[in-house]
Design a protein around this ligand. Structure first.
Ligand SMILES: Cc1cc2nc3c(=O)[nH]c(=O)nc-3n(C[C@H](O)[C@H](O)[C@H](O)COP(=O)(O)OP(=O)(O)OC[C@H]3O[C@@H](n4cnc5c(N)ncnc54)[C@H](O)[C@@H]3O)c2cc1C
Length: 144
């Protein structure tokens, strides 16, 4: 080995950060927009690419590249992505309780319906919402 090992965490969208300023906009991973629960960042990077292109076109038209003008980009990105990022962050915090997740996974090995539910949470927002509610785990404990 000729260099030390280095590792970096994924830039997770766990909190709102300023993602533009004087003459710049940050996109995708540079803007910390990876979903904190699924680890997916490609979709969000594409969304903000579209929004940044619109904002850049407007800035060029008005010849205004100020931080105040580009702040509309932050607003649009967070209006579209924040609800999902916030929910995923709540679920990410639940993983800190291994007993809870082990219980969920054990129950899923025995129950086909629950297996499908857990798989769907990666793309179904409503199911992800359900998993973030304590009542879901109570019902699971009571085997309902
Ligand atoms: C192991 C792993 C697995 C992942 N799996 C998934 C997944 O299954 N689904 C999903 O949605 N997301 C996944 N992600 C996250 C996803 O890869 C990123 O969120 C996404 O690629 C971000 O896109 P981006 O354009 O912001 O950045 P990037 O894709 O990193 O693109 C940035 C580009 O800029 C180039 N670059 C850097 N510095 C310079 C420079 N100075 N000059 C010129 N070019 C430069 C880099 O070479 C790179 O090509 C995964 C990430 C990792 C690390």
């Amino acid at each position: 080995m000729i260099t030390p090992l280095e590792g970096y965490g994924l830039p997770l969208g766990s909190k709102k950060r300023p993602i533009s300023g004087e003459r710049f906009m940050l996109l995708g991973d540079a803007a910390y927009l990876i979903d904190p629960f699924t680890g997916e960042g490609i979709g969000n990077a594409i969304y903000c690419g579209v929004y940044a292109a619109d904002q850049a076109a407007a800035a060029l038209q008005s010849a205004d590249f100020s931080a105040a003008n580009l702040a509309a980009y932050d607003e649009r990105v967070y209006r579209a992505l924040w609800p999902e990022l916030q929910l995923s962050h709540r679920l990410q915090k639940l993983v800190k309780y291994p007993r809870l997740f082990n219980m969920l996974m054990k129950a899923a090995t025995r129950n086909k319906q629950l297996q499908e539910l857990v798989s769907c949470m990666f793309y179904e927002m409503d199911i992800r919402k359900k998993l973030a509610q304590p009542s879901f785990y109570f019902k699971l404990l009571l085997n309902r």
